[in-house]
Design a protein around this ligand. Sequence first.
Ligand code: NDP
Length: 234
Amino acid sequence: MLETTNVLITGANRGIGLEFVKYYLAQGANVIACCRHPSEAHELVTIKREQPDKLAIQTLDVADPESIEQAAMKLANLSIDILINNAGVYGPKGYSFGDVEADVWQQVLQVNTIAPLLVSQAFLPHLKAGKLKVLACITSKMGSMADNGSGGSYIYRSSKAGLNAVVKSMAIDLAAHQIKVVALHPGWVKTQMGGSNALITTEQSVCGMTQVIDKLDNETSGLMINFDGTAIPW
Ligand code: NDP
């Protein structure tokens, strides 16, 4: 059980993020569920009613650097054991070679690539104060060069490839603080983003990824790891 463990999750109002909330609450952890619009996060509000002492809901729009700073300041006295940069967007579909637009690309980069670094920077003092010192970023194997056999998806692929580079550098830079950093591929998951044809449920995905988090050590820090525990080549 994780009674004294504090877990912060971004994009926690639905999909994989919400499943992380449920999983860690079931383990007895204290969860800080971050989302853009708490008043519209109905599932989180219902859970909070049932477990008011274990769940805190924090406003956080990861695309807005000011919102990130405000959340970090609001939680200034809190130590964080596990920080999960989960919030992500796919961006509009149908942009193939020849019609990619810069502004659309920039919006996706802001959420998927830039925000995880800004959130990690803002919450570094909280992580340093925590016991477990785990920083997990939810990536996608669509960001893997080695896995790209079909081309296309320029915007999403490049945003997650960029995130992978961020993870690798943070793993090196934060090792001095004993912070372990990992890029987790959740599998193809039935969520709004993954769609109904996806292969696994949020429960299966989170069950696997949390096992990876549990086992994270200096050897596995700085890797991209699938929800089933296998390493994925960059
Ligand atoms: P969903 O679309 O179901 O959920 C995305 C979450 O991210 C929502 O909570 C959403 O909040 C949040 N979010 C988006 N933009 C912001 C923002 N600016 N600030 C704060 N929160 C934001 O997707 P998944 O649960 O499937 O995805 C979770 C992560 O897993 C993502 O990083 C995704 O790239 C990754 N992933 C998913 C796969 C899949 O098959 N599902 C496969 C590979 C990777 P809101 O409701 O406010 O929009």
